[in-house]
Ligand binder design. Structure first.
Ligand SMILES: C[S@@+](CC[C@H](N)C(=O)[O-])C[C@H]1O[C@@H](n2cnc3c(N)ncnc32)[C@H](O)[C@@H]1O
Length: 351
């Protein structure tokens, strides 16, 4: 089936890569048809979209793709005339049409034309074509047609799912039973888990677990989770938080990430200290990164990924030690948190 996803505009590539990470970790076969601005068009096996809905942090909505056409009245009319839909007769379904502009309107359309005008134009065409099966209902329609305007095109489909950030909000910041300023945003933690492309049933280890943000998101996705931290206070905090969010498959213990008491592990996803509000219990942050990465190299299974975040001011240094240690840098992102903090997000693996 063909779908399109509207991506959050937080970063040019991260929301896209998050979705591909989800599909890979769930072994869903797919092909990318196109990525236009914040819209990703995919061809994937039936029901594959459900994993995107269940897991993605930065996908705003998922839609079946009906057509993509040029943004002019003739093309839209032709596309709607060619649109094929089957209905169970004699039922009449209610519908609405919503159009969202992701980029400025195309020059072929009058500048004064608003999304509302386009909605009623398309709505009228649909109603004429399917007059025996559809009726308009803008309040609680059964079929929600959605069009997005990007780069002079109209991408048009039917809503399968619209995201609601409430779920993540309830696990972020002071909404957690144990709050600490170094705690990571739930959406960012989920993103890190999704980027790691981990198969279901695997074990995820966070050796700087803090108050447990990464472990919670991984636990909700039914991975087995192991956490450690040098601080007893953080260990206590993460246990409280994991229990509160009903994560059952977890183990948490105290360890210095420079001498990890683990022989082998499937995956490591972590947010090491960066010498600001998070307590740093090492003589130097660079020594900690170096020792920690060398531990990772010994314990991670070949080809599995390590995902970690660092402040971008240490980017060159980290890159240098990764190269010296013979890690492969699969991808590196810059992610803007606020004016004084840009994080690098690293996805690496052992050669
Ligand atoms: C940036 S915070 C991690 C926050 C975590 N991602 C969360 O959302 O709660 C870094 C954590 O590393 C821990 N830490 C500092 N030095 C450490 C070390 N040498 N070994 C293990 N943990 C350490 C700190 O106690 C802190 O909890």
């Amino acid at each position: 089936m063909r779908i399109f996803c509207i991506l959050a505009g937080i970063h040019p590539t991260l929301p896209n890569d998050e979705i591909l990470g989800i599909l890979k970790s769930s072994d869903i076969s797919y092909s990318v048809i196109e990525k236009v601005d914040n819209c990703l068009i995919l061809d994937l096996e039936d029901n594959g979209y459900r994993e995107i809905i269940n897991r993605a942090a930065f996908c705003k909505g998922v839609y079946t793709l009906l057509f993509k056409c040029n943004l002019d009245f003739n093309s839209i009319k032709t596309a709607i005339n060619d649109m094929e839909m089957t209905f169970q007769e004699p039922r009449v379904y209610s519908f609405s049409v919503r159009i969202e502009k992701i980029k400025k309107m195309h020059k072929n359309l009058s500048h004064s034309l608003s999304s509302v005008q386009l909605e009623s134009y398309i709505g009228a065409l649909i109603l004429t074509k399917f007059k025996n099966n559809l009726k308009v209902d803008l309040v609680s329609p059964e079929l929600k047609f959605k069009g997005i305007i990007v780069n002079g095109s109209l991408i048009f489909g039917i809503e399968l799912h619209k995201s609601n950030s409430k779920e993540f909000y309830e696990r972020s910041g002071p909404n957690r039973p144990y709050f600490h300023p170094c705690g990571m945003d739930a959406k960012f933690a989920r993103l890190m888990v999704n980027l790691a492309e981990i198969k279901s049933g695997a074990v995820i280890y966070d050796p700087h677990c803090g108050i447990g943000s990464i472990l919670i998101e991984a636990g909700i996705l039914n991975y087995h989770v192991i956490g450690s931290d040098i601080s007893w206070k953080m260990i206590h905090a993460s246990k409280i938080n994991l229990n509160y969010y009903k994560i059952s498959n977890f183990m948490i213990f105290r360890a210095d990430s420079q001498i990890l008491p683990i022989k082998k592990i499937d995956n490591i996803i972590t947010d090491p200290p960066y010498g600001r509000s998070s307590p740093l219990k090492s003589s130097s942050i660079f020594k900690l990164y170096k020792n920690f990465l060398s531990q990772c190299k010994d314990i991670i299974y070949n080809n599995n990924k390590i995902v970690f975040a660092t402040p971008n001011i240490y980017g060159n240094y980290i890159e240098e030690i990764l190269k010296k240690m013979d890690f492969i840098i699969v991808r590196k992102y810059d992610y803007y948190i606020h004016r004084s903090l840009i994080r690098n997000l690293w996805i690496i693996r052992v050669k």
